[in-house]
Design a protein around this ligand. Structure first.
Ligand SMILES: CSCCC(=O)C(=O)COP(=O)(O)O
Ligand code: MG
Length: 239
């Protein structure tokens, strides 16, 4: 079935894991406490602290309130260390990273093969969407302030964990419904790109086509999904 819409992950797919783990996460760790304390009266920060508290309560930590700012900051810092893909942390990280991008502390890494292929698909009028655990705000900053300049115009839209977790098939069903309304594309006409097998399994369960980006290490002998080394090897017109 020909591909009519591309849906891609960021970390490990368009971009290196190292940029996220070694640059963005440490920047958030260094700046999160100060950001929350300075902006403590903002509705946005209050909403993220409430959402953080809700998750902690679900996980059995019931002795805190939103007034326990320092304990909530520590919980958020622990989540960064654990690489938890939780929505309030991701929302706060986006706001914190904005400073770093605007002060030119860093530019987002994008693999050259991904840049070339994304540009090619865009020129061919193949709509490209992002689905990442990073917040939509963080995704937009990422591609606006990339090492290749502003790549944001290449994308037709963005999805984050507000849709649901990336390992849940229902998240991909919801995305499919939204893309069907805009592009009249069936799930099988959407190609999802990721470096994480569990995400690809979920997308396939929802009826999407899948492609596994394996940038480093051995390619499995019989991969559960079509596996490629780079965007150079993805040819949606041939799928
Ligand atoms: C685009 S924001 C930085 C990446 C990030 O925070 C993240 O969690 C990446 O997850 P992905 O779903 O793109 O692998
Ligand atoms: Mg990824």
């Amino acid at each position: 079935m020909p591909v009519r819409v591309i849906l891609t992950d960021i970390e490990g797919t368009t971009s290196s894991i190292s940029f996220v783990k070694d640059v963005l996460f440490p920047y958030a760790t260094q700046n999160l406490a100060a950001y929350v304390r300075v902006h403590i009266m903002d509705d946005f920060v209050q909403a993220q602290l409430q959402a953080t508290l809700d998750i902690l309560i679900e996980e059995g930590i019931t002795h805190l309130t939103t007034a326990n700012t320092e304990a909530l900051i520590q919980a958020l810092l622990n989540w960064i260390a654990e690489d938890r893909k939780v929505t309030p942390l991701k929302a706060l990280q986006g706001r914190i990273w904005e400073n770093g991008y605007r002060h030119e502390d860093y530019q987002a890494h994008v693999y050259p093969d991904a840049v070339a292929q994304l540009q090619h698909w865009h020129q061919e009028n193949l709509p490209i969407y992002i689905y990442s655990s990073g917040s939509v705000e963080a995704q937009k900053l990422f591609f606006e302030f990339s090492q290749y300049g502003n790549l944001l115009p290449l994308f037709s839209g963005h999805f984050d964990t507000l849709i649901g977790a990336k390992i849940n098939a229902d998240s991909y069903r919801t995305i499919s419904t939204q893309l069907a309304a805009v592009h009249a594309a069936a799930p099988a006409e959407i190609l999802f790109l990721s470096d994480v097998e569990a995400e690809l399994d979920a997308a396939r369960d929802a009826g999407m086509q899948t492609c596994w980006l394996i940038r480093d290490g051995e390619l499995p002998e019989q991969p559960a999904h079509r596996a490629v080394r780079s965007f150079d090897d993805i040819q949606p017109e041939l799928l």
